[in-house]
Design a protein around this ligand. Structure first.
Ligand SMILES: [Zn+2]
Length: 163
């Protein structure tokens, strides 16, 4: 499956017509009910702030792409599982300081290990992060995801490009 490229493809892929100034999709109505699902992970993952989960909110059309990532992690890099900390996925909001919808509000984005990557953290390339996280990046990329470290947001992965 190929990730959508650019806002027009993202809107089509995610069944989005319009959003409001808070980044909430209001057209079509009941959009989140009909598009955002609880993805069941094949593993228990720690959560930022404490606890653990095996469910992540994601757009239904990215469900298989996410499933493939975690199957690859479980099969090839099981040692990273205890290190991974879920830091958020679906959140209705706009891009910081803009009216454009955030990728998080489309259900196509996931953040991990936010505590490891403070906002001003200097990451310019994959080799700037700890080795086990490089393996996580490898799994996401292999399954068609884009790593946010390519644009200064290393905790972030998204199933879309060009936005
Ligand atoms: Zn993010």
């Amino acid at each position: 499956m190929k990730a959508p490229n650019g806002i027009d493809e993202i809107k089509t892929f995610c069944n989005i017509v319009e959003w409001n100034s808070s980044g909430v999709v209001f057209n079509p109505s009941n959009w989140s009910t009909n598009n955002i699902i609880l993805h069941e992970l094949p593993l228990q993952m720690k959560v930022s702030g404490g606890g653990s989960t095996s469910f992540i909110h994601i757009h239904k059309n990215a469900n298989l792409a996410l499933h493939n990532v975690f199957e690859m992690i479980r099969a090839d890099y099981p040692e990273v599982i205890p290190e991974l900390i879920f830091s958020g996925s679906f959140v209705p909001r706009t891009k910081r300081g803009q009216s454009d919808i955030s990728v998080h509000a489309t259900g196509l984005a996931i953040d991990f290990n936010a505590e490891m990557f403070p906002f001003d953290h200097q990451v310019k390339q994959e080799t700037d992060v700890i080795l086990w996280f490089q393996n996580v990046i490898h799994c996401f990329r292999s399954c068609g995801w884009k790593w946010g470290g390519d644009f200064g947001d290393p905790m972030h992965f998204q199933f879309c490009t060009g936005y």
